[in-house]
Design a protein around this ligand. Structure first.
Ligand code: PLP
Length: 431
């Protein structure tokens, strides 16, 4: 097949009728598939069932520090959970607080606290005329939803293969005191799968923000979520907390993580890691907010894994289940779209997503066409602040939940829709 852009009108018209026939055929098949959210498959959830048995009624519920985990107490997490998660996100054990079941909740709290009480003594953001956040795009819709909820203005920052456009980040952050944060998914990003290069992380650590209360929101949700066991095929991320300290900016970063996609989403344990000064400030809010989080779940996680080495092994079981799913989608995209030269997509080494860019002005149409034949994708635009993709070209593919067989069908349907929407677009542009 030739590149669509080089085709004559007659060729495009004949292709259009072929694709329309194929689309009608698919419509008649009564398909019901969902590639919209990054949910683990049932087989992945089954991997952690042993954790349910890790605490039975005849077990000991007293942790290493002599604390009965069935009772009140321990605001910032039991030491066993701190050890596990600090290993997971590579920070000293004294630089972590264990929270409840969701890192998104921790991020929400962090922004909410800054609105009402500022950041380590700064003016509460709610008292300022304007507060802005930088948003590398495409990014995670739920990050953007938090900042939108609090009326924080969001500024798009383009992503390239090494991470966000750092020339732009440095310029904006150093010039504008109303910029208080940047959302980052530094490893196997949602939706690009990109991991920030060493150079990008080092530039982040060396930022010179105009605002003293500027923080980097480093959401390391996919820190150990490799798709391959071979280290050569894994991405490596420079650890930013230590890097910030070296650069004389020890308080500039908040790191977030959880075991949502290690054990059970919604029933994992989450954490924040930051400088001790930041953590002390956070704990002042926490003491009012809660007597402590779910220590039984913390203990259960610890008893199930024992140590970080076992956690890494567990992640390889996830990888074995996820790899064929990613491959099913990537192979179909390659076979059906490459020669037509009408789209580009990422080929991540980890995480939960593939990012697909179609011709400008086609993403919404493609997503709607898929929906009309029973394939649900993440809404077009969701990967941008305010749900507005300025190019209407980005589509997030979440291949974790369906089976590899279903994914082959889903990816084929997606390709037919991409082709048909593109042909229609080229034909209307030619008129
Ligand atoms: N951060 C990112 C980048 C995610 O992709 C997700 C889930 O898809 C989350 C956070 C949600 O994490 P949690 O379940 O810990 O709230």
């Amino acid at each position: 097949m030739a590149a669509y852009q080089t085709m004559k009108s007659e060729e495009l018209l004949s292709l259009k009728s072929e694709l329309e026939a194929e689309y009608e055929k698919i419509k008649g098949m009564g398909i019901k598939l969902d590639m919209s959210r990054g949910k683990p498959g049932k087989d992945q959830l089954d991997l952690s069932m042993g954790m349910i048995d890790a605490l039975a009624s005849d077990h000991c519920f007293v942790g290493e520090q002599g604390i009965d985990c069935r009772n009140y107490g321990v605001l910032d997490g039991i030491v066993e959970a701190k050890r596990l998660l600090s290993d997971m996100i590579e920070c000293p054990i004294d630089n972590i607080i264990i929270y409840g079941n969701s890192s998104l909740n921790v991020m929400f709290d962090t922004v909410a606290r800054s609105m009402t009480h500022g950041v380590m003594g700064s003016t509460p953001w709610s008292k300022l005329d304007k507060v802005k956040f930088l948003c590398p795009v495409p990014g995670y819709d739920r990050h953007f939803a938090i900042t939108e909820f609090f009326g924080i203005e969001m500024i798009n920052i383009p992503m390239n293969e090494e991470g966000p456009d750092m020339n732009l980040v440095e310029k904006l952050v150093s010039e504008d005191e109303s910029i208080k944060g940047i959302w980052c998914i530094p490893k196997y990003g949602n939706p690009t799968g990109i991991t920030y290069s060493d150079g990008v992380v080092k530039r982040f650590a060396r930022l010179k923000p105009a605002a003293e209360d500027f923080r980097i929101y480093w959401d390391n949700a996919y820190t150990i979520h490799h798709l391959y066991e071979d280290e050569e095929k894994q991405d490596h991320l420079v650890e930013i907390l230590a890097e910030c300290e070296k650069a004389g900016n020890p308080d500039m970063v908040f790191k977030f993580c959880s075991t949502s996609k290690v054990t059970f989403p919604g029933s994992g344990i989450a954490a924040i890691s930051a400088s001790k000064a930041n953590l002390e400030f956070i704990k002042k809010q926490m003491t009012v907010q809660t007597i402590g989080h779910d220590k039984l779940n913390q203990l259960r996680h610890y008893r199930f894994f024992g140590n970080f080495e076992n956690m890494k092994k567990h992640m390889m079981k996830h990888a074995a289940l996820l790899r064929p799913k990613f491959n099913a989608v990537l192979t179909t995209l390659e076979n059906e779209l490459k020669d037509a030269d009408i789209a580009s997509w990422t080929n991540p080494k980890g995480g939960y997503f593939i990012s697909l860019d179609v011709r400008k002005g086609c993403a919404k149409t493609v997503v709607q066409m898929c929906k009309d034949v029973g394939l649900v994708l993440t809404s077009a635009g969701a990967t941008y602040p305010y749900g507005k993709d300025p190019h209407d070209s980005n589509i997030r593919i979440a291949p974790s939940f369906p089976t590899p067989e279903e994914l082959k069908d889903a990816a084929h349907i997606l390709c037919v829709c991409v082709k048909l929407a593109t042909v229609n677009k080229i034909l209307t542009e030619e008129i």
